[in-house]
Design a protein around this ligand. Structure first.
Ligand code: HEC
Length: 212
């Protein structure tokens, strides 16, 4: 009888551990590459959680600002996680879309794994600069929230290949991500893209910006 109870306890323990791990653990979650862009692209639009407007006291454009709403190791007691998760999340407010399940899971894993300020977690891939494999993912990760059809910052809609191409003339796209002083620095209000990402965009433009 005793043995039975012990086994039951051990087995339920293992079961909840594995289901829990399966549900939330995203290995190698990197702050700069995976987490920061989710906040920048979905929360720092004009009037929201940027360094100027600081709605509800939150500037989510950098690590320190994000950490104000994070309890290390405890997503469910972190105000930020609370506001974006659950069946009817409070944030982002309308007209902006809610975060994808995948993004919510990434943020949860990152908090559980210690909410570290990590960067450059993957090796720089200097060979791939195709539109579909490299350029579009950069734009989707870092720019989409502020340059979509519904909220085209500065009138620029980067949600399609044609939109991205129309931002290339006069060095606009490259000038903005290289932080050349005659352009607005992009992504707006946060750190610059990695040199690896900037190089990929430049190579793609110099190659004639193919839709590949
Ligand atoms: C937080 C919102 C936000 C994010 C994120 C963002 N942009 Fe912008 N972007 C804007 C706004 C707003 C403008 C209009 C100019 C301004 O207010 O600075 C703009 C302007 C631009 C311009 C025109 C710059 C000029 O000086 O002519 C380009 C090009 C651009 N963005 C590209 C990008 C790219 C590429 C990314 C991602 C790497 C990005 N933006 C991310 C909000 C954003």
């Amino acid at each position: 009888m005793r043995k039975g109870i012990v086994w039951f306890t051990v087995l339920t323990g293992i079961f909840s551990l594995t289901t829990c791990t399966k549900d939330v653990y995203v290995p190698n979650t990197c702050f700069k590459e995976d987490i920061l862009p989710i906040f920048v692209s979905n929360c720092t639009m004009s009037g929201c959680h940027n360094s100027i407007d600081k709605k509800e006291g939150y500037d989510l454009s950098n690590y320190d600002g994000i950490m104000k709403g994070v309890k290390v190791g405890k997503p469910n007691s972190s105000e930020i996680f609370h506001s974006i998760s659950g069946n009817d999340p409070e944030m982002p407010e309308k007209p902006y879309s809610k975060l994808s399940k995948q993004d919510v899971t990434k943020i949860k894993s990152w908090i559980q794994m210690g909410a570290k300020n990590s960067s450059n977690c993957t090796d720089c891939d200097t060979t791939n600069y195709t539109y579909s494999g490299r350029i579009n993912p950069i734009i989707q990760t870092w720019c989409k929230g502020c340059h979509s059809a519904t909220s085209p910052g500065g009138g620029i809609n980067l949600s399609s290949y044609a939109g991205v191409v129309s931002s290339i003339p006069n060095n606009q796209l490259l000038g903005s991500i290289k932080h050349i002083s005659t352009f607005s620095a992009m992504p707006k209000g946060t750190t610059q893209l990695s040199q690896c990402d900037i190089d990929a965009v430049e190579k793609w433009i110099n190659a004639g910006f193919p839709n590949n």
